[in-house]
Ligand binder design. Structure first.
Ligand SMILES: Cc1ncc(COP(=O)(O)O)c(C=O)c1O
Length: 321
Protein backbone atom coordinates (compact mmCIF):
# COMPACT_ATOMS: atom_id res chain seq x y z
CA UNK A 1 0.00 0.00 0.00
CA UNK A 2 1.25 3.50 -0.81
CA UNK A 3 1.31 6.38 1.60
CA UNK A 4 -1.40 8.20 -0.33
CA UNK A 5 -3.73 5.15 -0.10
CA UNK A 6 -3.12 4.79 3.59
CA UNK A 7 -3.65 8.48 4.10
CA UNK A 8 -6.94 8.29 2.18
CA UNK A 9 -8.04 5.33 4.32
CA UNK A 10 -7.07 6.92 7.60
CA UNK A 11 -8.16 10.39 6.55
CA UNK A 12 -4.82 11.78 7.70
CA UNK A 13 -1.28 12.12 6.41
CA UNK A 14 0.30 12.30 9.85
CA UNK A 15 0.63 8.57 10.59
CA UNK A 16 2.41 7.35 7.47
CA UNK A 17 5.77 9.07 7.04
CA UNK A 18 7.69 5.79 6.82
CA UNK A 19 6.10 4.91 3.48
CA UNK A 20 7.46 8.10 1.96
CA UNK A 21 10.98 7.70 3.32
CA UNK A 22 13.52 5.08 2.38
CA UNK A 23 14.17 4.00 5.96
CA UNK A 24 12.31 4.09 9.27
CA UNK A 25 13.71 6.44 11.87
CA UNK A 26 15.13 4.77 14.95
CA UNK A 27 13.16 7.16 17.11
CA UNK A 28 9.72 5.93 16.03
CA UNK A 29 10.12 2.55 14.32
CA UNK A 30 7.67 -0.11 15.52
CA UNK A 31 10.23 -2.94 15.19
CA UNK A 32 12.74 -1.14 17.39
CA UNK A 33 9.96 -0.23 19.82
CA UNK A 34 9.54 -4.00 20.28
CA UNK A 35 13.00 -4.22 21.93
CA UNK A 36 12.68 -4.94 25.65
CA UNK A 37 9.59 -5.15 27.89
CA UNK A 38 9.81 -8.95 27.62
CA UNK A 39 7.61 -11.25 29.72
CA UNK A 40 8.80 -12.14 33.22
CA UNK A 41 7.96 -15.84 33.42
CA UNK A 42 7.44 -17.77 36.67
CA UNK A 43 9.47 -21.01 36.50
CA UNK A 44 7.22 -23.01 38.80
CA UNK A 45 7.92 -26.57 37.71
CA UNK A 46 11.71 -26.49 37.60
CA UNK A 47 11.76 -24.89 41.09
CA UNK A 48 8.91 -27.02 42.54
CA UNK A 49 9.24 -27.93 46.21
CA UNK A 50 12.28 -25.72 46.69
CA UNK A 51 10.60 -23.20 48.99
CA UNK A 52 11.54 -20.20 46.84
CA UNK A 53 10.14 -18.30 43.83
CA UNK A 54 11.99 -18.15 40.51
CA UNK A 55 11.21 -15.82 37.59
CA UNK A 56 12.98 -15.37 34.27
CA UNK A 57 13.00 -12.62 31.63
CA UNK A 58 12.25 -14.13 28.21
CA UNK A 59 14.91 -12.15 26.35
CA UNK A 60 14.78 -14.50 23.35
CA UNK A 61 11.57 -12.65 22.42
CA UNK A 62 13.49 -9.52 21.43
CA UNK A 63 13.28 -8.77 17.66
CA UNK A 64 16.69 -10.19 16.69
CA UNK A 65 16.36 -13.05 19.17
CA UNK A 66 18.43 -12.07 22.19
CA UNK A 67 18.99 -9.77 25.16
CA UNK A 68 21.68 -8.01 23.12
CA UNK A 69 19.06 -6.00 21.21
CA UNK A 70 18.84 -3.77 24.27
CA UNK A 71 22.53 -2.84 24.37
CA UNK A 72 22.97 -2.70 20.58
CA UNK A 73 19.98 -0.37 20.20
CA UNK A 74 21.25 1.96 22.94
CA UNK A 75 24.72 2.04 21.34
CA UNK A 76 23.34 2.65 17.84
CA UNK A 77 20.95 5.35 19.07
CA UNK A 78 23.82 7.24 20.63
CA UNK A 79 26.00 6.81 17.52
CA UNK A 80 23.23 8.17 15.29
CA UNK A 81 22.57 11.11 17.60
CA UNK A 82 26.29 11.96 17.58
CA UNK A 83 26.46 11.66 13.77
CA UNK A 84 29.03 8.87 13.92
CA UNK A 85 27.33 6.72 11.28
CA UNK A 86 26.82 9.38 8.66
CA UNK A 87 28.32 9.36 5.16
CA UNK A 88 28.40 5.58 4.77
CA UNK A 89 30.62 5.05 7.82
CA UNK A 90 30.72 1.41 8.89
CA UNK A 91 29.72 0.27 12.37
CA UNK A 92 32.41 -2.24 13.43
CA UNK A 93 32.34 -4.32 16.60
CA UNK A 94 33.35 -7.65 18.10
CA UNK A 95 30.88 -10.16 19.48
CA UNK A 96 30.54 -13.80 20.44
CA UNK A 97 27.39 -13.87 18.28
CA UNK A 98 24.25 -12.23 19.62
CA UNK A 99 25.35 -8.58 19.61
CA UNK A 100 26.59 -9.12 16.07
CA UNK A 101 23.12 -10.29 14.99
CA UNK A 102 21.53 -7.33 16.76
CA UNK A 103 23.84 -4.81 15.06
CA UNK A 104 23.29 -6.52 11.69
CA UNK A 105 19.51 -6.25 12.09
CA UNK A 106 19.77 -2.58 13.07
CA UNK A 107 22.06 -1.85 10.13
CA UNK A 108 19.64 -3.46 7.69
CA UNK A 109 16.66 -1.71 9.24
CA UNK A 110 18.14 1.76 9.58
CA UNK A 111 20.49 1.72 6.60
CA UNK A 112 24.12 1.75 7.75
CA UNK A 113 26.84 -0.79 6.89
CA UNK A 114 27.96 -3.25 9.58
CA UNK A 115 31.22 -5.17 9.94
CA UNK A 116 31.54 -7.82 12.65
CA UNK A 117 34.49 -9.67 14.16
CA UNK A 118 33.30 -13.02 15.50
CA UNK A 119 35.10 -16.22 16.50
CA UNK A 120 35.02 -18.77 13.69
CA UNK A 121 33.16 -21.27 15.91
CA UNK A 122 30.22 -18.88 16.49
CA UNK A 123 26.82 -20.53 16.25
CA UNK A 124 26.20 -21.16 12.50
CA UNK A 125 22.59 -20.04 12.79
CA UNK A 126 23.73 -16.68 14.20
CA UNK A 127 26.30 -16.33 11.40
CA UNK A 128 23.60 -17.09 8.80
CA UNK A 129 21.42 -14.35 10.30
CA UNK A 130 24.28 -11.81 10.19
CA UNK A 131 24.82 -12.68 6.52
CA UNK A 132 21.08 -12.49 5.74
CA UNK A 133 21.06 -8.96 7.19
CA UNK A 134 23.92 -8.07 4.83
CA UNK A 135 26.70 -7.60 7.40
CA UNK A 136 30.38 -8.21 6.55
CA UNK A 137 31.87 -10.87 8.81
CA UNK A 138 35.54 -11.15 9.82
CA UNK A 139 36.20 -14.52 11.43
CA UNK A 140 38.77 -14.73 14.21
CA UNK A 141 40.67 -17.57 15.91
CA UNK A 142 38.16 -19.68 17.87
CA UNK A 143 40.85 -20.54 20.43
CA UNK A 144 40.98 -16.83 21.38
CA UNK A 145 37.18 -16.57 21.82
CA UNK A 146 35.61 -13.12 22.01
CA UNK A 147 38.95 -11.68 23.26
CA UNK A 148 40.49 -12.45 19.85
CA UNK A 149 37.49 -10.87 18.11
CA UNK A 150 37.98 -7.74 20.21
CA UNK A 151 41.68 -7.52 19.31
CA UNK A 152 40.88 -7.83 15.59
CA UNK A 153 38.16 -5.16 15.79
CA UNK A 154 40.61 -2.78 17.49
CA UNK A 155 43.21 -3.47 14.77
CA UNK A 156 40.71 -2.83 11.95
CA UNK A 157 39.39 0.33 13.60
CA UNK A 158 42.90 1.72 14.09
CA UNK A 159 43.75 0.91 10.46
CA UNK A 160 40.91 3.03 9.07
CA UNK A 161 39.35 5.31 11.70
CA UNK A 162 37.80 7.59 9.09
CA UNK A 163 35.55 4.94 7.57
CA UNK A 164 34.89 2.80 10.61
CA UNK A 165 33.14 3.55 13.90
CA UNK A 166 34.08 1.07 16.64
CA UNK A 167 31.74 1.54 19.61
CA UNK A 168 33.29 -1.43 21.51
CA UNK A 169 30.40 -3.03 23.35
CA UNK A 170 32.83 -4.38 25.98
CA UNK A 171 33.67 -0.83 27.05
CA UNK A 172 30.64 1.25 26.04
CA UNK A 173 28.55 2.87 28.81
CA UNK A 174 25.42 2.50 26.66
CA UNK A 175 25.60 -1.27 27.20
CA UNK A 176 25.06 -1.37 31.00
CA UNK A 177 23.11 1.87 30.56
CA UNK A 178 20.46 0.07 28.50
CA UNK A 179 19.93 -2.45 31.30
CA UNK A 180 19.88 0.26 33.96
CA UNK A 181 17.18 2.05 31.97
CA UNK A 182 15.07 -0.95 30.92
CA UNK A 183 15.84 -4.48 32.22
CA UNK A 184 16.27 -3.45 35.85
CA UNK A 185 13.06 -1.38 36.03
CA UNK A 186 11.09 -4.12 34.21
CA UNK A 187 12.17 -6.72 36.80
CA UNK A 188 11.51 -4.38 39.73
CA UNK A 189 8.05 -3.49 38.49
CA UNK A 190 7.23 -7.06 37.41
CA UNK A 191 7.87 -8.33 40.94
CA UNK A 192 6.33 -5.30 42.70
CA UNK A 193 9.55 -4.74 44.63
CA UNK A 194 9.59 -8.27 46.19
CA UNK A 195 12.91 -9.31 44.65
CA UNK A 196 15.63 -10.68 46.97
CA UNK A 197 18.21 -12.07 44.46
CA UNK A 198 19.16 -11.20 40.86
CA UNK A 199 21.15 -13.84 38.96
CA UNK A 200 22.64 -13.19 35.50
CA UNK A 201 25.30 -14.58 33.18
CA UNK A 202 28.40 -12.48 32.54
CA UNK A 203 29.63 -11.79 29.00
CA UNK A 204 30.32 -8.08 28.63
CA UNK A 205 28.79 -7.72 32.11
CA UNK A 206 26.33 -5.16 30.75
CA UNK A 207 23.20 -7.03 31.86
CA UNK A 208 24.32 -7.75 35.41
CA UNK A 209 25.98 -4.38 36.02
CA UNK A 210 23.21 -2.17 34.64
CA UNK A 211 20.23 -4.13 35.96
CA UNK A 212 22.02 -4.89 39.24
CA UNK A 213 22.86 -1.24 39.86
CA UNK A 214 19.25 -0.19 39.27
CA UNK A 215 17.87 -2.93 41.53
CA UNK A 216 20.32 -2.16 44.36
CA UNK A 217 19.39 1.52 44.18
CA UNK A 218 15.78 0.45 44.70
CA UNK A 219 16.63 -1.95 47.54
CA UNK A 220 20.24 -2.28 48.75
CA UNK A 221 19.42 -5.66 50.34
CA UNK A 222 19.04 -7.31 46.91
CA UNK A 223 21.90 -9.76 46.27
CA UNK A 224 23.36 -9.67 42.75
CA UNK A 225 24.95 -12.92 41.59
CA UNK A 226 27.05 -13.36 38.45
CA UNK A 227 27.22 -16.63 36.50
CA UNK A 228 30.44 -17.64 34.74
CA UNK A 229 31.84 -20.84 33.24
CA UNK A 230 34.21 -22.88 35.45
CA UNK A 231 37.20 -22.33 33.16
CA UNK A 232 38.50 -20.56 30.05
CA UNK A 233 37.61 -23.42 27.69
CA UNK A 234 33.86 -23.96 27.80
CA UNK A 235 30.82 -24.33 25.56
CA UNK A 236 28.55 -21.70 27.09
CA UNK A 237 28.21 -19.21 24.24
CA UNK A 238 27.99 -15.61 25.38
CA UNK A 239 29.62 -16.10 28.80
CA UNK A 240 33.17 -15.19 29.82
CA UNK A 241 35.47 -16.72 32.42
CA UNK A 242 36.56 -13.35 33.81
CA UNK A 243 39.68 -14.46 35.72
CA UNK A 244 41.33 -15.45 32.43
CA UNK A 245 39.62 -13.06 29.97
CA UNK A 246 40.14 -9.47 28.85
CA UNK A 247 38.23 -7.61 31.55
CA UNK A 248 35.40 -5.52 30.06
CA UNK A 249 34.89 -2.12 31.69
CA UNK A 250 31.15 -2.73 31.23
CA UNK A 251 31.46 -5.23 34.12
CA UNK A 252 31.09 -3.37 37.40
CA UNK A 253 32.51 -5.58 40.16
CA UNK A 254 31.07 -3.25 42.84
CA UNK A 255 27.56 -4.38 41.88
CA UNK A 256 28.25 -8.13 41.95
CA UNK A 257 28.09 -9.71 45.42
CA UNK A 258 28.99 -13.24 44.42
CA UNK A 259 29.95 -15.35 41.39
CA UNK A 260 28.67 -18.88 40.76
CA UNK A 261 30.63 -20.97 38.25
CA UNK A 262 28.71 -23.56 36.23
CA UNK A 263 30.06 -26.50 34.20
CA UNK A 264 28.89 -26.68 30.57
CA UNK A 265 27.38 -30.10 31.32
CA UNK A 266 25.21 -28.76 34.15
CA UNK A 267 24.08 -25.85 31.94
CA UNK A 268 23.11 -28.38 29.29
CA UNK A 269 21.12 -30.54 31.74
CA UNK A 270 19.19 -27.56 33.11
CA UNK A 271 18.56 -26.31 29.57
CA UNK A 272 16.97 -29.69 28.75
CA UNK A 273 14.78 -29.42 31.87
CA UNK A 274 13.68 -25.91 30.86
CA UNK A 275 12.41 -27.33 27.58
CA UNK A 276 10.77 -30.39 29.13
CA UNK A 277 9.26 -28.82 32.24
CA UNK A 278 8.66 -25.21 31.23
CA UNK A 279 8.22 -25.29 27.43
CA UNK A 280 11.24 -23.03 26.93
CA UNK A 281 13.74 -23.89 24.17
CA UNK A 282 16.60 -21.63 25.26
CA UNK A 283 20.36 -21.36 24.81
CA UNK A 284 23.08 -22.79 27.04
CA UNK A 285 23.69 -19.54 28.90
CA UNK A 286 20.03 -19.66 30.00
CA UNK A 287 20.70 -23.18 31.33
CA UNK A 288 23.71 -21.84 33.23
CA UNK A 289 21.74 -18.89 34.67
CA UNK A 290 18.85 -21.08 35.84
CA UNK A 291 21.27 -23.70 37.26
CA UNK A 292 22.85 -20.94 39.36
CA UNK A 293 19.45 -19.51 40.34
CA UNK A 294 18.33 -22.96 41.54
CA UNK A 295 21.43 -23.21 43.75
CA UNK A 296 20.69 -19.75 45.20
CA UNK A 297 17.06 -20.72 45.87
CA UNK A 298 17.98 -23.97 47.64
CA UNK A 299 20.40 -22.06 49.87
CA UNK A 300 17.90 -19.28 50.71
CA UNK A 301 14.40 -20.48 51.66
CA UNK A 302 11.75 -17.85 50.87
CA UNK A 303 13.95 -16.14 48.27
CA UNK A 304 12.33 -14.32 45.33
CA UNK A 305 14.81 -14.70 42.47
CA UNK A 306 14.90 -13.17 39.00
CA UNK A 307 17.17 -14.35 36.21
CA UNK A 308 17.66 -13.82 32.49
CA UNK A 309 17.07 -16.19 29.54
CA UNK A 310 19.38 -14.39 27.05
CA UNK A 311 18.56 -16.27 23.83
CA UNK A 312 16.79 -19.22 22.26
CA UNK A 313 18.35 -22.61 21.74
CA UNK A 314 19.17 -24.45 18.56
CA UNK A 315 18.81 -28.20 18.37
CA UNK A 316 22.10 -29.50 19.67
CA UNK A 317 23.03 -33.02 18.54
CA UNK A 318 22.36 -34.48 22.00
CA UNK A 319 18.80 -33.10 21.90
CA UNK A 320 17.88 -34.91 18.68
CA UNK A 321 15.94 -38.19 18.88
C1 LIG B 1 23.79 -16.01 24.95
C2 LIG B 1 24.30 -14.94 25.85
N1 LIG B 1 24.15 -15.07 27.17
C3 LIG B 1 24.61 -14.16 28.03
C4 LIG B 1 25.28 -13.04 27.60
C5 LIG B 1 25.81 -12.08 28.62
O1 LIG B 1 25.28 -10.81 28.55
P1 LIG B 1 26.16 -9.53 28.87
O2 LIG B 1 27.04 -9.29 27.68
O3 LIG B 1 25.19 -8.43 29.07
O4 LIG B 1 26.99 -9.81 30.08
C6 LIG B 1 25.46 -12.88 26.24
C7 LIG B 1 26.20 -11.74 25.74
O5 LIG B 1 26.60 -11.70 24.60
C8 LIG B 1 24.96 -13.84 25.35
O6 LIG B 1 25.13 -13.73 24.01
Amino acid sequence: MFASDRAALSGSTAAVPQFENERPRETDDALLAAVGHTPLLPLCRISRGGGFELYAKAEFLNPSGSVKDRAALAIVRRALAEGRLSGGRVLLDASSGNTAVAYAMLGARLGFPVELCVPRNANPDRVARMRAFGARIVFTDPAEGSDGAQREARRLADADPEHRFYPDQYNHPGNPGAHYATTGPEIWEGLHGRLTHFVAGVGTGGTISGSGRFLKEKDPRIRVIGVEPTGPIHGIEGLKHLPTALRPSTYDARVVDETIRIETEEASEVRASLAELEGLAVGLSSGAAVAAALRVGRAHPGAVIATILPDSGHLAPEARP
